[in-house]
Design a protein. Sequence first.
Length: 246
Amino acid sequence: MSAPKAKRVAVLQSNYIPWKGYFDIIHDVDLFIFYDDVQYTKNDWRNRNRIKTPTGAAWLTIPVGDALDRLVCEVMLTDDQWPKKHWKTISQCYSRAPYFKAYKAFVEDAYLGTQWDSLSSLNQHFTKAISGELLGVATLFRDSRVYNASGKKLDRLMDVIQKTGADTYVSGPSAKDYIDPKRFEDMGIQLVYKSYEGYPEYPQLYPPFEHRVTALDLLFNVGPDASYYIWGWREAAATNERMGNS
């Protein structure tokens, strides 16, 4: 399978019903690659995320066993009870949210309408569906396995990026710990670190406000205005600044 040519690219492991910052990166690029043929990390965002409850933020965790020697794409889902439990918890916590009914069928079908065999397929479905169907993002998605990358760690990531034909790579801020900017400079690829600073608060159930929860929280609370609280506020600020300087 030939890889599509793209200008702005991001490469991240798939997350379970990601938070808004994950979708912010997706919106910033032409091509988003799920980097799921790498080591699975336990107690991370791969198989869990947080929601708001009447008693505070709480984890929703998919049971995947304790094995560590496997790739993200090799993590299989053998427990058939967790989807019902997660959907029940989400329903109980968000039934009074203004836009819960608007997205109820969409989310319920994702949990109960499909039997997921792997963590990667579930995560990628949620991310692509929320991006395209609910947030209106036109970004292309690919799985890193189609690039047949070679090497280890940064070498492997660079191989994937180079094969996309990218001229800009958008990275999450935590990657500063292992990324070598000179490698990108030598390849003629601009390296951009995404900032998660400045997100405005939105009307959220169960104060105090919490940013780091699944994007479902944002959708249930503000509905079609969700994109404003992810990237629209930044675009509005830039427009106001240009008008003020004109």
